[in-house]
Design a protein around this ligand. Structure first.
Ligand SMILES: [Zn+2]
Length: 448
């Protein structure tokens, strides 16, 4: 069902070149024209006044977990949270669902269960694990956006991490296919050698996942990328210690990009309350000085994207004290639930640091769209792109109430935080997303 023509008007339209007053003409789900503010008279006009109009966010790092662990997160709940948070495209991670997306059959299972449940557009990553190199070509043909591997244990047994020889084989095959390898980079030997002190003190957990674990893993990965020629992307960079390695590799011509996440940019180890395992993720949230270095790198264009790494579980596995758990960081599930909050969390901090909405759109929409090759349709308010749009009030403030979020389990480290910026309306391909009505998200394939 396609609608006819609508005009969306705002005094703050966030375009690739910056913010300005404009009229955006939407026809048949696409952006047909960006014109002077107040100039378009064709069709009904939605006038946002001073509420900003952003391109829909593209979140390339979301763990939906359905089928198999739907009680952690499912397509309906995750995509509703996405839409409410201004995210109009998600790319689903290949693990924590059962089966994982490591075979064509696993991908088919995901696609079948997601059908008719997605409020936003949805694509899939494949997984590269020991022994499945022969499955990568089929998955690539089926349109996955690339392949995730872990260099350290993933946390679920059906998705084992790769050893050096597995990584070499996987990257060689991906270089041959022209696929994008996305890597969880922590070094298992460094992790094993680090002090493992269980309990509720965040500092003990932080010491168990040192900066060196990330740096050593990234160094190993870059070596393998150099040898194989594969295009690699470092997931969820937490430690600023990896930044010089990335810079050097780029200077040497290695095809490497990196992402970071709202929790590394907006939260800090110093503020994590003892026992509050909602903050547990791997790699961990580090200290304030590290956070400043990540912001400097972001400002310098060293990160391709900010993405959520939304990876929830049930509250009992988080061992949350308010659910009767022990608050033990060593044993709690590692994953942050934040899909609906990434935009206001980042905007709150970005504005404080003097950044603009256009920069935020670059980091959270254009950047991730480019990472996965979706710049033909997503990632900008520009003629010809899908009319994936977000009305965002950059001055509104609110306090995060986990019970008011759409993701499945009411757990998030942002609980009780005061954030600036509120999503008012989300359009997907020109239609307002109404989570009380029928979902109309599409399943995407990697464009050729
Ligand atoms: Zn993840």
């Amino acid at each position: 069902m396609q609608q006819s023509t609508v005009v969306i008007r705002s005094r703050r339209v966030v375009l690739p070149e910056g913010e300005r007053p404009a009229d955006v003409l939407v026809r048949d789900g696409r952006i047909a024209e960006v014109a002077e503010h107040g100039s378009l008279l064709a069709g009904p006009v939605t006038d946002l006044g001073a509420t900003a109009l952003l391109p829909g966010l593209v979140d390339t790092h979301v763990h939906v977990n359905e089928p198999g662990r739907t009680e952690w997160e499912g397509f309906a709940t995750a995509t509703r949270a996405a839409a409410a948070g201004g995210v109009t495209t998600i790319i689903d991670m290949p693990l924590n669902s059962v089966p994982p997306t490591t075979t064509v059959a696993g991908l088919a299972a995901k696609r079948a269960v997601a059908a008719g449940q997605a409020w936003v557009d949805l694509g899939f990553w494949g997984g590269a694990i020991p022994g499945n190199t022969g499955d990568l070509e089929g998955l690539h043909r089926e349109g996955v956006f690339g392949f995730k591997s872990f260099l350290a244990p993933s946390g679920v047994e059906e998705f084992p991490h790769v050893q050096a020889a597995d990584l070499e084989a996987a990257l060689a095959e991906q270089a041959r296919l022209g696929a994008l390898a996305i890597i969880h980079a922590e070094d298992p030997e460094v992790l094993e050698a680090a002090p493992q002190v269980p309990g509720s003190h965040y500092s003990d957990f932080l010491n168990s996942r040192p900066d060196d674990a990330e740096a050593a893993a990234v160094a190993q990965l870059l070596d393998t990328a150099r040898r194989t020629g594969a295009r690699v992307h470092i997931l969820h960079v937490s430690s600023a210690a990896v930044l010089p390695l990335l810079a050097q590799a780029r200077a040497d011509g290695v095809r490497v990009t990196a992402e970071t996440c709202p929790h590394y940019l907006t939260l800090a180890a110093e503020e994590v309350p003892d026992g509050d395992t909602a903050f547990k993720c791997c790699p961990p949230i580090r200290d304030e000085s590290n956070r400043d270095k990540l912001w400097a790198a972001l400002a310098a264009g060293e990160f391709a994207a900010i993405v959520s790494d939304h990876s929830p579980s049930t509250p009992d596995l988080k061992l949350l004290r308010r659910y009767g758990g022990s608050g033990d960081f060593a044993k709690a599930w590692g994953g942050i639930a934040s899909l609906q909050l990434g935009l206001p969390a980042i905007w709150t901090e970005a504005r404080r640091r003097g950044h603009t909405l256009a920069e935020v759109a670059g980091w959270m929409s254009a950047g991730p769209a480019a990472l996965v090759g979706l710049t033909g349709t997503k990632g900008a308010i520009a003629v010809g792109r899908d009319a994936d749009l977000v009305a965002f009030d950059p001055d509104a403030e609110f306090t995060v109430d986990p019970a008011g979020l759409h993701h499945r389990n009411p757990v998030t480290p942002y609980a009780g935080k005061r954030l600036t910026g509120a999503v008012r309306t989300t359009w997907l391909r020109g239609r307002v997303v109404d989570t009380a009505a029928e979902p109309f998200g599409a399943q995407l394939r990697r464009p050729h």
